[in-house]
Structure formats: structure tokens, C-alpha cells
Ligand binder design. Structure first.
Ligand code: ADP
Ligand code: MG
Length: 291
């Protein structure tokens, strides 16, 4: 059984009223345990609405969402669903509640009513995983954005979720903070946590093994980033921009250089250009020899 199974999910806000908004319009997708998935899409494409279905903050107006086999519409499952899927939101300041880092991380496990020894263990382990153990006695409001977001992630991890959903969790951060959060979620994924990273930073999506593109509440593309980025025209139509390296490759192709498709990162592009250069030098030598 997959961790997340979504069948024909529709979500309409204010259904049945003149203000009705169709936010999700028939989404079907499966996310296996241990996957690392990026979700991208323009403003209003339905990303946050989809995220909220993954831990039963919203319920389908049609179709179904199953988490670890649990139907989110089943009121008796709500608590178990939320235990399995933790959410990290955009603004770290809204997610930190205590005046000391370790108290903040302990907040969730305390609410679970765990014994205090177990809470202490979980707090330590979670802070270690996100690289914030040294800050355990610090005041959250004095931390950088990236550090705050890592404390927020630790707070979720202390609940031992199977899946972490980050809804634009890097959007408000500076480049260093973004990198810290990306490194943290890569580490978590290697340790077995399923990660769903909603972002509008295409270069972050490029680092994920699978990329889903939403448009008008539907799945427009779903695959390897390198394949998604090779559809430059489709992305352009969806008002999404290629990350810098695929964009440069695409520009070079337009300028007549036969750069191959499937260029994802600087290494790919550098070796493509190197082999084109070698070919030319090779041709040159042949030419010179004939002269
Ligand atoms: P995204 O996260 O991709 O920007 P959202 O899921 O927030 O997209 O929004 C999808 C659509 O649903 C948009 O048209 C948005 O205006 C609408 N929407 C989102 N939240 C609400 C709400 N609480 N009430 C009414 N409409 C909403
Ligand atoms: Mg959103």
C-alpha cells in the first residue's frame, strides 16, 4: 500500500454558494513511502489546498485521499492521519510557540501525553537531525529565518511523522536559510521520511527525484525534473520559469549550439559543452591535416 493515494480529488471552497471556487479539479496521484516529491505551480494552482488534504485539514468535496490506507473523510482517522503527516508552513514565526527552543520542540510530544523521559529523548534527537541541538536553550525569536524553520521542522519530527509536507517553507528565507532547509529535508529523506516539498523555487524542485506540476487544480506534469524541464514551452505556458542551468541549455540550443536535451545541473551542461568543444577541435585537426 502506498503512503498517499489520491483518487479523483476535487475541492471546492464555498461549494453551493455564488462564491464557489474550484481549487482542485480531479487530482489522482500516488506517493510511495520514502519518496521525495516537489510540487510546483503558479499562484492559485491549488498547491496549498492539496497540502491541506494530506493531513485532513481539508476534506474532499469529491474523490478520496488515503494516508497509510486511512480515509481522511473518516472522522475516527483524523488524529492518526495527522500523526503520520506533519506540515511545515511558510512563516516560521507563526509556528513557534515557546520562548525557548527545546520547549518549542517539546510542545507536540507533550500534547501526546508521552512520558517526560521519552519527550526529552525526542527533543534531543529531533534537534540533532536538523542541526540545532546547540541552540536548545536559545530564544527562538533571536534565530535566523532558516534556523527558526529548522526548529519548526524539529517540532514536527518530535511527533515522529512518516511524511513531512512543506508548504513554501523556504519562500520567506534568505539563500542561506533556503539551503539549510533543503539540506535538512534531504537528510530526513535519507533517514526514511517521505518528503513533499511545495516550492516556487524551480532550482529546489530540480534537486528532488520527482516533480509534480499543478495547474488550475490539476496535475499538468509528473516526472523526473530533467524531463519536466525539457518541456520548456509547456512550462512557459504555465508561467513557470526554468531553473538557471536548464534555461541556459535551452538558450544555447536556440542559439544553434547542439546541446543535448536532459540537462539538469552545471555538471551536465559543462560536460555537454566540453564534448561539443572536443568534437570541434577534432574536426579542426582533420581539416588542418587535409590542408
Ligand atoms: P496555491 O497554494 O497554489 O497558491 P491555493 O490552494 O492556495 O493555491 O488556492 C487555490 C485556489 O483556491 C485559488 O483560486 C484560491 O484563491 C482559492 N482559495 C484558497 N483558499 C481559499 C479559501 N479559504 N476560500 C476561498 N478560496 C480559496
Ligand atoms: Mg500556497
Amino acid at each position: 500500500m502506498a503512503l498517499i493515494e489520491i483518487q479523483n480529488l476535487h475541492h471546492t471552497y464555498h461549494a453551493g454558494t455564488p462564491e464557489a471556487v474550484v481549487a482542485l479539479d480531479g487530482i489522482s496521484l500516488t506517493i510511495e513511502r520514502g519518496e521525495f516529491v516537489a510540487i510546483v505551480g503558479g499562484n492559485g494552482s491549488g498547491k496549498s489546498t492539496l497540502a491541506k488534504h494530506l493531513n485532513a485539514l481539508l476534506l474532499p468535496t469529491e474523490g478520496e485521499v488515503r494516508v497509510d490506507g486511512l480515509d481522511t473523510r473518516e472522522p475516527a482517522s483524523t488524529w492518526e492521519v495527522r500523526q503520520r503527516v506533519g506540515m511545515v508552513f511558510q512563516n516560521p514565526d507563526n509556528q513557534l510557540v515557546a520562548t525557548v527552543v527545546e520547549e518549542d520542540v517539546a510542545f507536540g510530544p507533550e500534547n501526546l501525553g508521552l512520558p517526560s523521559r521519552e519527550i526529552v529523548e525526542r527533543v534531543e534527537e529531533s534537534l540533532r537531525v536538523v542541526g540545532m541541538l546547540d541552540y536548545r536553550r536559545h530564544q527562538p525569536h533571536l534565530l535566523s529565518g532558516g534556523q527558526k524553520q529548522r526548529v519548526a521542522i524539529a517540532g514536527i519530527l518530535a511527533m515522529r511523522p512518516q511524511c513531512l509536507v512543506l508548504d513554501e517553507a523556504t519562500t520567506m528565507l534568505d539563500p542561506l536559510g533556503q539551503r539549510e532547509v533543503m539540506e535538512t529535508i534531504h537528510t530526513l529523506n535519507r533517514e526514511g521520511v517521505t518528503v513533499i516539498h511545495i516550492t516556487h523555487a524551480m532550482e529546489e524542485a530540480a534537486q528532488c527525484p520527482r516533480m509534480i506540476v499543478l495547474s488550475s487544480g490539476r496535475v499538468a506534469m509528473d516526472g523526473l525534473p530533467v524531463d519536466v524541464f525539457s518541456r520548456a514551452d509547456d512550462l512557459h505556458r504555465l508561467r513557470l520559469v526554468l531553473p538557471p542551468i536548464p534555461a541556459l541549455a535551452s538558450q544555447l540550443r536556440r542559439d544553434g549550439l547542439p546541446v543535448p536535451e536532459r540537462i539538469l545541473d552545471a555538471d551536465d551542461l559543462a560536460s555537454a559543452i566540453a564534448s561539443l568543444a572536443t568534437e570541434r577541435v577534432g574536426h579542426g585537426r582533420v581539416g588542418n591535416g587535409a590542408d
